[in-house]
Design a protein around this ligand. Structure first.
Ligand SMILES: [Zn+2]
Length: 401
């Protein structure tokens, strides 16, 4: 397609209109998104309901395409409406302009993460509906708030509501990542986030002495243990080219606090680690290790968890999961090369998997640099349009299970 084709393409116009809504943190206003989605729902002749799991500022919109057999568990196509902040001076195009350049690149915050996916779902359904296709299972297309801050005002509470239960979701699709190669990334699992604060007490006193059991010595012991663990994981990742970052446990020192003045040995130091536990880690064992190190360090250490996510099993990608087989059938027909991975960060898929609902993370953006949360986030128009074709096959296949 050429420049005039891109300009006049109706699906690209919808996509760009959605991108032009600045639903940006820290105070996203979702009202314009809801108005836009309401117009989409009317155009598609699909009912839309809006739910407020926590407060009026954080809606969840759900469009529904009833299946031929609405008793069957449904397919949920989820996306989030919120986007992360921008530094406009670092952008070569206005971040909410959705400009198309001569190569067809559409520049906007949310072009990859993830307004593209939400609009591609709707575009695919528009085409399926207009071609007279009838699907067996009901499709719900959800647009949620607050994903970028962890979903505490969005998907996390929404999945506990009667509204969500009434959707009777049997399988979910949500965001993945762009892939710089011809392959497409598909994510069937996420690691467990633990953010751990050690509050380390020790002997206080004058900085000129060698007092026993100081907070500094204990901190050093804990730090050594955590960094040794980090080294093991680093070596694992480097020695096996098949592994990606989501396959190993990551450990990062993120905060250090404490101290009174420079010549005083302080009574308390705090240290915080962001840990993402790989799926092969025994949580009980890891917790026991932490407590053993605290004792070995000399005691007087308290542990506080800012986050302590439970173990959530991966979505099965074998014959036991008919939705996986349906997804794979569609990507095979399209001759897509699919690379299965564990997601490095967190997405709303987590909340579905936690309920035992199988879910995959997939954004059909191959040959595309990974620019989520980055300056000059873009998606090429033809890649976007190809994604609609891909979703048509996948959605039809999933809804026929
Ligand atoms: Zn996202």
């Amino acid at each position: 397609m050429d420049a005039s084709g891109w300009e006049s393409n109706v699906e690209l116009q919808y996509f760009r209109e959605y991108l032009q809504i600045p639903s940006m943190h820290p105070n996203p206003n979702y009202e314009p998104c809801l108005k836009f989605l309401q117009r989409q729902a009317e155009q598609l002749e699909l009912p839309m309901t809006v739910h407020y799991p926590v407060n009026e500022q954080n809606p969840v919109a759900v469009l529904t395409w009833l299946g031929e057999n609405p008793q069957l568990p449904s397919i949920l196509l989820n996306s989030h409406m919120d986007v992360v902040p921008v530094f406009p001076e670092k952008w070569t195009h206005p971040p909410f302009g959705a400009d198309i350049d001569t190569e067809g690149r559409i520049f906007a915050r949310g072009a990859q993460d993830m307004k593209c996916v939400g609009m591609q779902y709707l575009a695919a359904i528009r085409e399926l509906k207009s071609s007279g296709v009838k699907l067996k299972r009901t499709i719900h297309i959800s647009f949620v708030a607050d994903e970028e801050l962890g979903g505490n005002l969005g998907m996390r509470p929404f999945v506990t509501t009667d509204h969500f239960r009434a959707l009777n979701v049997g399988f979910g699709l949500d965001e993945g990542l762009a892939s710089p190669t011809a392959e497409f990334s598909v994510f069937n699992a996420e690691r467990s986030v633990w953010q751990i604060h050690f509050k380390i007490s020790g002997t206080a006193g004058h900085g000129s002495l060698l007092l026993p059991k100081t907070a500094g010595e204990k901190l050093s012991y804990i730090l050594d243990k955590m960094m040794a663990l980090r080294k093991v994981q680093e070596a694992r990742l480097q020695s096996n080219p098949k592994l990606t970052i989501g396959d190993v446990t990551t450990i990062n020192l993120t905060r250090i606090g404490g101290g009174v003045q420079s010549n005083v040995v302080p009574p308390l130091l705090t240290i915080c680690f962001d840990v993402r536990l790989a799926l092969d880690v025994d949580h009980q064992q890891f917790k026991a290790d932490l407590h053993r190190w605290m004792m070995e360090a000399g005691g007087g250490i308290e542990l506080e968890y800012e986050h302590k996510e439970p173990y959530v099993p991966a979505t099965p990608v074998d014959d036991s999961n008919p939705f996986w087989l349906a997804f794979k059938r569609a990507t095979d027909v399209l001759e897509l090369v699919v690379k299965l991975q564990t997601f490095s960060g967190g997405t709303d898929s987590w909340f579905l998997r936690q309920l035992g609902i199988p879910a995959l993370g997939f954004s059909p953006m191959n040959n595309t640099p990974i620019l989520l949360h980055d300056h000059d986030e873009f998606l090429q128009a033809d890649t976007y349009l190809r994604g609609i074709e891909i979703y048509k096959k996948i959605i039809a296949s999933l809804a026929s299970v």
